[in-house]
Design a protein around this ligand. Structure first.
Ligand code: ADP
Length: 578
């Protein structure tokens, strides 16, 4: 609450103060309604003075009209302020999340993160809208009405107040119970969006394995847990109703007994009594709202704490203070005694050293799980290594800015990611202000221009989520076009393991050859043609470099390489033939 007030409400103090003034007027008018009961009853009903009819009628209309207008203006103003705050917070959450390093995304799945941005912030918005518009207004109204009560009869007022301490206690107990329920609800909500996301993204697998029922059941389980939790929340939240009815009923009974006696004995007037009881009954409404609001507020606060936690998660991979810009004159890449374990503790590289000479092609080969892809990710600084150094043109990659480092590296992976956008935008992702000519030139070099122009809207065709409207080979060529447009001096390539048909294979190879031309290339090789062309081959087994050399040298050395080569021969006869 403090953070919302200081960081978000304070900068908007002008609007907030205006809203507060409007609230104060509206509350004053509510109190005036209760106060007016006194002259209405005493002058009109008891002493029957007709001269009061018109002025009192006018006063009633005035009070209602002013109250209506100020309440409206206040609501509108407060919801503007609330929306503005929510949008600011959402921007902050996204800004913080998208800059987190890879280990964060490994621990938090995409669905949960979206749920944080959408559903948690929505909860916060609702609670805040309630709190901002309702809290001030109800508190002020309560104060004004209590003022009328004390003005009319202070002894009666004190009696009525016996009810408040137990009511307050009940409300706060209910609030803390609700906060617990809300936290579990949001957790389940996150799990649900995670599941939904995965079932839809993995729809092909779902269908292939006839897993619809399995997915049904998983989602159904979470949904039923959610239902149970919302039922619990409803039970707890509504508990305040019977309890407060009972309390206020007893209070009214006491007031009627004592106040009635006073009027009968002539100590007080009926007008005073009804104005008092009017104020008391009217005070019940804001009080009830405040109790209910407390419930909503607890739910909102549970969401807010998750949201702020996300905003405050520190980035792990940061530039050192005064980090230099990476300057690449001779694009060499050196791994110097690099050891690395993933954040979950799984060891991936031990004391790995190799040099990728400028302008040459170096292939990484080895059994699956040997650490080949890890090397590429470490060069990109997706993770920081635990010991050793990675150097580009003699500069330690941890001493230069992350931005300049990633500018110097092209990265094409086997699982190509295509955004649900146009082809143009997908290629231009590599460079913000690329001209249409540059984009077309890149596509031509990537052997993608022909298929793109055959699409219905050419370069402006939207390719669907994850590029569902493209074939595997087409997606790869888009990714290659992206990398060609980026034109980075060093290229990191993770070759696709899945075989393409011969025609696609030929086109992709052609595109890759263009991309590699003149660049320092480190490639995780799965194709025979790649290792045969490589200037140098590094064999990685179980996180260690076990051999280095050209194809011919490695073949004659014996050891792991010849058997690896033999297994590639049998796996991929088609690329052998090519
Ligand atoms: P390769 O590319 O040679 O098949 P990887 O570099 O992908 O091998 O993996 C090397 C080792 O690191 C494997 O034991 C693998 O299980 C582990 N590993 C890979 N990626 C991760 C990750 N994101 N988190 C934890 N462990 C990982």
């Amino acid at each position: 609450v403090k953070r919302i007030v200081l960081a978000h409400l304070k900068p908007r103090w002008r609007g907030a103060s205006l809203a507060l003034c409007l609230m104060a007027i509206a509350s004053g008018m509510t109190a005036a309604q209760a106060y007016l009961l006194e002259p209405i009853i005493n002058k009109i009903f008891v002493s029957k003075q007709s001269a009061y009819l018109i002025p009192i009628g006018v006063a009633v209309i005035f009070v209602f009209a002013v109250r209506g207008f100020t309440s409206w203006a206040n609501n509108v103003l407060m919801s503007y302020i609330g929306q503005d705050i929510v949008a600011t917070i959402q921007t902050q959450v996204f800004r913080s999340l998208i800059r987190q390093d890879m280990s964060y995304f490994q621990q938090h799945n995409a669905g949960r993160l979206s749920s944080l941005l959408v559903s948690d912030v929505m909860m916060m918005r609702m609670a805040m809208a309630d709190a901002l518009t309702g809290f001030g207004k109800n508190v002020l109204t309560l104060i004004a009405l209590v003022g009328v009560m004390f003005y009319q009869d202070w002894k009666l007022s004190l009696m009525a107040f016996v009810v408040f301490p137990p009511a307050g206690f009940i409300v706060s107990r209910i609030g803390s119970r609700l906060r617990q329920v809300a936290r579990s609800t949001q957790e389940q909500q996150g799990i649900l969006s995670g599941l939904l996301n995965q079932s839809f993204l993995g729809i092909r697998q779902v269908k292939t394995y006839n897993a619809e029922t399995y997915e049904d059941a998983r989602v159904g389980d979470t949904l039923s847990r959610l239902t149970k939790l919302s039922n619990k929340a409803a039970r707890v939240a509504s508990l305040s109703m019977p309890l407060s009815e009972l309390l206020s009923g007893s209070a009214i009974a006491m007031i009627v007994l004592y106040g009635g006696t006073q009027v009968i004995e002539g100590v007080s007037t009926p007008g005073k009594f009804f104005s008092f009881i009017g104020a008391f009954i009217m005070a019940y409404e804001p009080l009830k709202r405040l109790a209910k609001m407390n419930a909503g507020l607890q739910i909102g606060l549970a969401a807010a704490s998750r949201v702020f936690e996300a905003i405050d998660t520190p980035q792990k991979i940061l530039d050192k203070p005064q980090a230099a810009t990476l300057i690449v004159k001779e694009p060499t890449l050196v791994f110097d005694r690099v050891s690395f374990a993933y954040p979950d503790g799984s060891k991936a590289l031990h004391d790995v050293s190799f040099t990728v000479p400028a302008g040459k092609k170096t292939a990484l080969v080895g059994p699956s799980g040997g650490g080949k892809s890890t090397c590429l990710q470490l060069a990109l600084r997706f993770f920081d290594i635990q010991s050793g150094r990675i150097l580009i043109d003699g500069q330690d990659i941890r001493d230069v800015t992350v931005e300049s480092l990633r500018n110097a590296l092209g990265y094409v992976t086997q699982d190509v990611f295509i955004f649900d956008d146009t082809i143009t935008k997908n290629i231009a992702y590599a460079r913000d202000h690329a001209s249409p000519q540059d984009i077309i030139a890149a596509a031509q070099k990537a052997a993608a221009h022909d298929f793109i122009t055959r699409l219905e809207h050419g370069y402006e065709t939207r390719v669907g989520e994850l590029g569902t409207k493209l074939s595997g080979g087409q997606k790869q060529r888009i990714a290659i076009a992206r990398a060609i447009l980026k034109n980075a001096p060093i290229l990191l390539l993770d070759e696709a393991t899945s075989a393409l048909d011969n025609e696609s294979e030929k086109l992709v190879t052609e595109a890759l050859n263009t991309l590699e031309m003149g660049r320092t290339t480190l490639v995780v090789a799965h194709r025979l043609s790649t290792i045969r062309d490589a200037d140098q081959i590094i064999v990685l087994d179980n996180g260690r470099v076990t051999a280095t050399g050209t194809h011919d040298a490695l073949m004659s050395q014996g050891g792991l390489y010849p058997s690896l080569y033999a297994s590639m021969l049998t796996e991929k006869p088609e690329s052998h033939a090519a």
